[in-house]
Design a protein around this ligand. Structure first.
Ligand code: PEP
Ligand code: MG
Length: 569
């Protein structure tokens, strides 16, 4: 038996077999082939296509059950591409006359088709490029004899062990079969961690060399609170696991006693207690835990879980489900926050030295106004069916806010002209995630309707500490006085203008921090659905007046250690 230590990021215990997830890596050889090898390469290509067609057909069948008939239609388009005689002809020509091997011949043919589609310039053909990429990737995998990496179809209930899990992998995985995650990289606010908490999947991240230490099939125990992984557990360890698991579920059960109680302090201060979601499916957990609203709908998962930019109707369907599911409670929809570590399978991001400081979120949306407007129109349409608000991510300047509002005004005009209903007075807020937004908070407060503090990125940018880098994990700490003063400044700026200010970063769900956050004067906390009741319990056991005194004391401290000691963290 061995105990390995990582960072516990999502509470809960799991016992099961390891499933090592590896990214697909296909080396493509570019050397020309000898003329005698052409037939062999041509046969390889045809066999790979045949296999691809079989795979897509079986995925299509399974997808009808999980994604619904309409969404599964995309696979029909994939089949058409895989069987397209024009593609085959071009590949054959590349093999026989340009002496390319099958892989390179396919790569070149794909590029020619993609260029042609792009030149045609309309949306339909632009979308076909994404489908083409997807299908060719699958054929390439088959040519190389590798299985395309995905967690979509798992053989049994497993504990996934990986270097890291990209948001697109977690978005498409089979949720029923994943008992826990263990990753080598990442920290408390990396997206794997956030996803795990949202899905209530126990998770340990930052466990060095996890893949080398945990072979496929080995039975392990994962403790997502302690951050430990136990290999070959003996009878005593199994008994301890059962005890802890029982205690965890008893604690969860005990919290149900306050399910229908308000989130109010002992001296009567009401704090809005909202939840963060990543998809309409998460609403079930929010309502089950009596969330008072959605404080952050991370819409990027809708984009990541797709084979092309989702069209207006698809987005409207998702936003409508959330607005209606929350039955008149506030729903704050964040516009596309992509880039950084969140990529799209169908969009080529520029190669960047510093993606977290690069082409992302509002920057990208303003650069591609048609993509942005599609989302704004869909959100506006949903605003007719609930209390929907718009939240802009990664904002650094008023120009960005004004540009976004002007596109929103255009969308409103278009909808009005078409006679489509929407909320004329829809509120627009910004995420405060950058030092620029903190320092300009007074000016922002005059132009926006509300703020939401995104402490994951704010901590990253105020402290210049990568939120996903486990080797500097100890430095990533929202208890740092610089972060706390930033939070205070933003709350005061909002309140001077009579504006609402919430927090949707992971700090909001930190039970040790909640008394301080209350005392700093936040109007709302937005946390993962699984943390709603635990945070409510802390609020209900506090006096607001005590929390205010605590906040004053803490703001006078100058080191992380002092702050943590004072808050018992
Ligand atoms: C944040 O940065 O705090 C936040 C809530 O956004 P995300 O974690 O999606 O970057
Ligand atoms: Mg953020």
């Amino acid at each position: 038996m061995r105990s390995l230590q990582g960072i516990g990021v999502s509470k809960g215990l799991a016992f099961g077999p390891v499933y090592v997830y590896e990214k697909t890596d296909i080396p493509i050889h570019t050397a020309p082939i000898a003329p005698g090898e052409a037939q062999q390469e041509a046969d390889k290509f045809r066999n790979a296509v045949e296999l691809t067609v079989k795979q897509i057909s079986s995925i299509a069948k399974a997808a009808e059950g999980t994604l619904g008939e309409e969404n599964a239609k995309v696979f029909e388009a994939h089949l058409d591409i895989a069987e397209d005689p024009a593609l085959e002809e071009m590949v054959m020509d590349n093999i026989h006359t340009a002496h390319m091997n099958a892989m390179r011949a396919l790569g070149e043919a794909k590029e020619s088709f993609a260029a042609l589609f792009r030149e045609l310039g309309d949306d339909y053909f632009r979308e076909r490029v994404f489908d083409l990429d997807d299908v060719c990737e699958r054929i390439l995998c088959n040519l190389a004899g590798v299985v395309p990496a995905s967690l979509q179809f798992l053989p049994e209930k497993v504990i996934v062990v990986a270097e890291d899990l990209t948001p697109s992998i977690t978005a498409t995985m089979d949720r029923e079969k994943v008992l826990a995650f263990v990753t080598e990289t990442g920290g408390k606010t990396s997206h794997t961690a956030i996803m795990a908490r949202t899905l209530e999947i126990p998770a340990v991240v930052g466990l060095k060399e996890a893949r080398a230490q945990l072979p496929n099939g080995e039975k392990i125990i994962v403790d997502g609170q302690a951050g430990t992984v136990l290999t070959h557990p003996d009878a005593a360890a199994m008994a301890e696991y059962e005890r802890k698991k029982l205690r965890h579920s008893q604690e969860k059960e005990a919290l149900r006693a306050i399910l229908n109680e308000p989130s109010i302090t002992l001296d009567g201060r009401k704090i809005e207690l909202y939840a963060n979601i990543g998809s309409p499916g998460d609403i079930e957990a929010v309502t089950a835990n009596n969330g008072e609203g959605v404080g952050l709908f991370r819409t990027e998962f809708l984009y990541m879980d797709s084979t092309r930019f989702p069209v207006e109707e698809e987005q409207f369907t998702a936003y409508r489900q959330v607005a209606q599911g929350m039955a008149g409670k506030p729903v704050i929809i964040r516009t596309l926050d992509i880039g950084g570590d969140k990529t799209l399978p169908y969009f080529t991001f520029p190669k960047e030295e510093n993606p977290f400081l690069g082409y992302r979120a509002i920057r990208m949306c303003l650069d591609m106004p048609e993509i942005f407007k599609t989302q704004l129109r869909a959100i506006l349409r949903a605003s007719a069916l609930g209390r929907v608000k718009i939240l802009l991510p990664m904002v650094i300047s008023l120009e960005e806010v004004r540009a976004a509002k002007s596109l929103l005004a255009e969308c409103k005009g278009e909808l009005r002209a078409q006679g489509i209903a929407f909320d004329e007075g829809i509120k627009v807020g910004v995420m405060v995630e950058t030092p620029a937004a903190v320092l300009m908070a007074d000016a922002f407060a005059k132009e926006v309707d509300f703020f939401s503090l995104g402490t994951n990125d704010l901590t990253q940018y105020v402290l210049a500490v990568d939120r996903g880098n486990e080797s500097i994990n100890a430095l990533f700490n929202p208890y740092h006085p610089a972060v706390l003063h930033s939070i205070k400044k933003v709350i005061d700026a909002a309140h001077r203008e009579g504006k609402f200010v919430g927090m949707c970063g992971e700090f909001a769900g930190d039970e040790q921090a909640v008394p301080l956050l209350l005392g700093l004067g936040l109007d709302e906390l937005s946390v993962s659905a699984s943390s709603l009741l635990a945070v409510k319990k802390v609020i209900r056991n506090q006096h607001y007046s005590h929390a205010q005194r605590l906040a004053q004391e803490v703001l006078a401290l100058t080191t992380v250690a002092e702050v943590e000691a004072r808050l018992g963290a």
